[in-house]
Structures are given as C-alpha cells and as structure tokens.
Design a protein around this ligand. Structure first.
Ligand SMILES: Nc1ncnc2c1ncn2[C@@H]1O[C@H](COP(=O)(O)OP(=O)(O)O)[C@@H](O)[C@H]1O
Ligand SMILES: [Mg+2]
Length: 248
C-alpha cells in the first residue's frame, strides 16, 4: 500500500537518506530500527509529507504523494496519524483541547460529538476524566498516551509512531505496546509504522522489521528473520541487547 522508492535527502552537505527503499504492507505493523541520528525521524516526516525528498518517490496506493494536487494531498493526509517523538502536545492547551484539535480542524462535527469522541479516546488510553489537565501536569507515559489519543482521533488508516516507548519504564512501555496493538485492531487493521530503539518491544509487536543504516534500509524481514540475521550491521545492533535481555 505504501511504497518508498529510492528516497534521497540531504541537509546542506549532510546526506541523510541515500536511496532508501521500503514497502510497507497494509494492515500490518512495520517497525523501523536503527542507530541515533540515522534519519528515522526524517523518514517518517517524509511519509506524512512534512519533508519533501531531493529524489525518489513515496507511493500511496500506487499514486505519488509528490505529484498529487494540494487538494488530493490534503485528503490523503487525513488518512495518516502521527505520534511524534516528544508527543508534541500543545502546552497551553488542556488534554481535551489537544485531542479535540484535529477533530475541530478537519471535521464539521458538533461540540457534543467532539466531546464524545475525546471521552471515548481517553477511555481507550485508560486515562478517563483527565480532560481539564494540562500536559505539564502529566507524566511522560501519560503524555505519550494523550499523543496517541490525538494521533488516532480521526481514525486514521496509517498510524506512525516515533519512538513511542523511549525513555519510559518497562511497565509503561509494555502498556504503550499493548495500546499500539489495540489501536491497530480498533482501527480495523490499520497500517502501523513504528520507529523503535526498544528491541524486546519490536520483537513482540512487529509483523515486519526494517533496519535503517547509513541512509538505506539494509535488512527487512519478520522479527524471527531479523533475530537470526547474519547481516553484520544487524548483528552489531542486536547482539548487545540480546545478550542483556537473553532473547534466544
Ligand atoms: N530539518 C533539519 N535540518 C537539518 N538537519 C536535520 C533536520 N532534520 C534532521 N536533520 C539531521 O538529519 C540526521 C537524522 O536525523 P533524525 O532523522 O532525527 O535521526 P533519528 O534516526 O535519530 O531519528 C541528523 O544528523 C539530524 O541532525
Ligand atoms: Mg528520531
């Protein structure tokens, strides 16, 4: 459904993406792994159209994102939801206003309808009743969950998560993982694209794992394929973690 073809992107003379290609199957969870600063967030921003590549294509149902009219692109963008790396909540807005924001922006729903959806979303992320709180009053894990509620408020078909569990304790990380899988199911088998440093979590929830290294995808496969990969770049990335947690 989503096809990334030979994507190239430089910032000044820093070449970040060097011809990156990847197919993202619909209805599945794809996890992208790779070291810090390798361009994972840059890749996600290309997918949602926040950044345009120097070269290459992203095809959505066979149609290039970069050749669409702005009208079509706007419509297509509503099919995407994104949880940013830092949750990116608006600090001056309440939880209610944060989650309601995309609904007010993109729909003509009544206030009662918006209120109902926000309430439902807060129940889904198991934080009912926190409508009037501000982001500064929430823990990191709670902010991520509210970010997740906002990213999925419009029931997107394709949900992107940028390091949803980084910096969270194991129990909260597991709760976020469960929410991602639950969201995937709630949204009638949405397509999920997750960037993660969290190997145990990746192996637990991914259908497909792709490793980004030096501007390209160097390996793609099932969690099992990746776990048993003989690619030295993959091994270098995984082995220290596997030694630590004892995944066999
Ligand atoms: N808007 C930008 N302008 C200049 N450089 C950028 C910009 N966005 C990202 N970069 C650079 O691109 C590289 C990859 O960044 P990023 O995708 O955030 O890495 P990560 O894999 O950790 O998510 C980094 O060196 C970063 O400094
Ligand atoms: Mg990043």
């Amino acid at each position: 459904m989503l096809e990334i073809r030979n994507l190239k992107k430089s910032f000044g003379d820093h070449e970040v993406l060097k011809g990156l290609s990847l197919n993202i199957p619909s209805g599945k969870i794809t996890v992208i792994i790779g070291g810090s600063g390798t361009g994972k967030s840059v890749l996600l921003k290309h997918i949602i159209g926040l950044i345009e590549p120097d070269e290459g294509q992203i095809l959505l149902d066979g149609e290039s994102l970069y050749e669409m009219t702005s009208e079509t692109l706007k419509k297509q963008r509503m099919r995407f939801g994104m949880l940013f790396q830092d949750a990116a909540l608006f600090d001056s807005m309440t939880v209610y206003e944060n989650i309601a924001f995309p609904l007010i922006e993109h729909t003509d729903w009544s206030e009662a309808e918006v209120t109902r959806v926000v309430k439902h979303k807060l129940e889904q992320i198991r934080l009912p009743g926190i409508e009037e709180k501000f982001p500064s009053e929430l823990s990191g894990g709670m902010r991520k969950r509210v970010g997740l509620a906002r990213a999925t408020a419009l029931e997107p078909e394709i949900v992107l998560y940028d390091e949803p569990t980084t910096g969270l304790d194991p129990v909260t990380s597991k709760a976020i993982d469960d929410l991602i899988v639950q969201t995937q199911n709630n949204l009638k088998n949405a397509t999920s694209i997750i960037i993660s440093h969290d190997i145990p979590s990746t192996l637990r929830i991914a259908n497909q794992v792709a490793m980004l290294h030096d501007g390209r995808i160097v390996e793609v496969g099932s969690p099992k394929d990746i776990l048993h990969s003989k690619n030295p770049i993959v091994r270098e990335f995984l082995d220290p973690v596997i030694d630590q947690i004892g995944v066999a």
